[in-house]
Design a protein around this ligand. Structure first.
Ligand code: FES
Length: 376
């Protein structure tokens, strides 16, 4: 309700400076046209058993928050988070990583929230106030007195003498702050460039090691079922997803699973329809084998799998944010938020007639990161 309510003459800022906390808080109410109809302290008699019980129940929430925060920190730092395939030793622990980190963090935040609400409900005075609305911003005196009002509100709850709650809340806030700080800084601690040109961000599982041939294989669901790809296997205008395979990995379960699960390994092998007009990327004119083109499946926008290939338009679609890439023009983006082409894998056919990689990608796959090298 907006009124032309008559306000008391406002004191000067100097007069406000000389006032006590109570006087300032009262003045703040008057200046805001607040009429306190009823104000009843929650605990008129201090030190009763009921009051102590209420204090302990509030502190308990902050203790729960602090303990959850510590558990979150411990899980975040020490719980095994490296990928383990289902059925392998350690899978159960790995599978619990995300639920445990999420649960402990969620509980820590929730308990702080419940603690604050419980504190307000149990210790703030019962008060009924009526305030007239007025237009425009508050003047300087009003702004000065608001602080006093807030401090007085805190004093009314006797927070200063409720050491248990103060300590528990301080502990919870400290642990939560520490946890958030470590969570923010921890990912920056590892050096992503360790290994120089062989650093994880530069290379993919397609990189040849010791001159060994890297074949294109399908994922049949069984890592030991090695299904290699021949050019005659695919119809024109079709696409299939392929992964790297080395003979030295054949009996190595871990290596086989890793090459199928690595986030930068999936490649779309596309066989264009005959007679397509094709534009090659500069320096990558021989990356294809006939009508076969191999592009990283990792979207250059934010890394989703660009799994959809539309044969009629030769467009590769990313379902996440609808970026589209033209397969006949080195998978350059033609629609959506992606700004870079999909990385192209150089391929050929070996003496046995299988499709193989001629080398690793010429640039990092997937979305941008600091210091990414760009190959025009
Ligand atoms: S991740 Fe592909 S369009 Fe955003």
């Amino acid at each position: 309700m907006t009124t032309s309510h008559q306000q008391p003459p406002a004191p000067t800022a100097a007069e406000v400076e000389d006032m006590t906390l109570e006087q300032r808080a009262r003045l703040a109410g008057e200046l805001d046209d607040v009429d306190v109809v009823h104000n009843q302290p929650k605990w008129p008699l201090s030190g009763t058993r009921a009051e102590k019980r209420a204090e302990r129940s509030v502190a308990l929430w902050f203790v729960i928050s602090a303990v959850s925060g510590l558990a979150f920190l411990a899980a975040f730092l020490f719980w095994p988070f490296q990928y383990v395939a289902p059925g392998e030793p350690g899978y159960s622990l790995y599978a619990l990583y995300t639920p445990i980190v999420g649960f402990t963090f969620g509980l820590a935040v929730l308990a702080v929230g419940v603690g604050v609400i419980a504190y307000i409900k149990k210790f703030f005075p019962d008060e009924v106030s009526v305030q007239q609305r007025h237009d425009g911003a508050s003047d300087e005196v009003a702004r000065l007195t608001v602080t006093a009002q807030l401090v007085k509100a805190g004093k009314d709850t006797d927070i200063a003498r409720r050491k248990l709650i103060v300590r528990a809340a301080g502990g919870a806030a400290g642990v939560l702050g520490l946890g958030l700080g470590i969570a923010a800084v921890a990912p920056l601690v590892r050096n992503p460039w360790k290994g120089g040109d062989d650093a994880a961000l530069w290379v993919t599982p397609w990189k040849p090691v010791n001159g060994e041939t890297v074949y294109l294989r399908r994922d049949t669901g069984d890592p030991h079922d090695i299904s290699l790809v021949r050019p005659e296997d695919q119809d024109p205008g079709s696409m299939e997803t392929v992964f790297p395979f080395r003979e030295s990995d054949r009996d190595d379960e871990e290596a086989l699973v890793r090459s199928l699960r690595a986030s930068d390994a999936p490649v779309m092998l596309i066989r264009l329809r005959p007679d397509q007009q094709v534009v090659h990327r500069s320096g990558q004119e021989n990356f294809n084998y006939g009508d076969y083109y191999a592009f990283s499946k990792i979207c250059s926008h934010l890394g989703c799998p660009t799994s959809l290939y539309e044969a009629q338009t030769n467009r590769i679609l990313c379902p996440c944010h609808q970026s589209q890439f033209l397969a006949t023009e080195y998978a350059r983006p033609v629609f959506g938020p992606a700004t870079r082409p999909l990385a192209q894998l150089p391929i050929t056919v070996n003496d046995e007639g299988y499709l193989v990689a001629k080398g690793d990608f010429a640039e990092p796959v997937g979305p941008a990161f600091w210091e990414r090298r760009y190959n025009p």
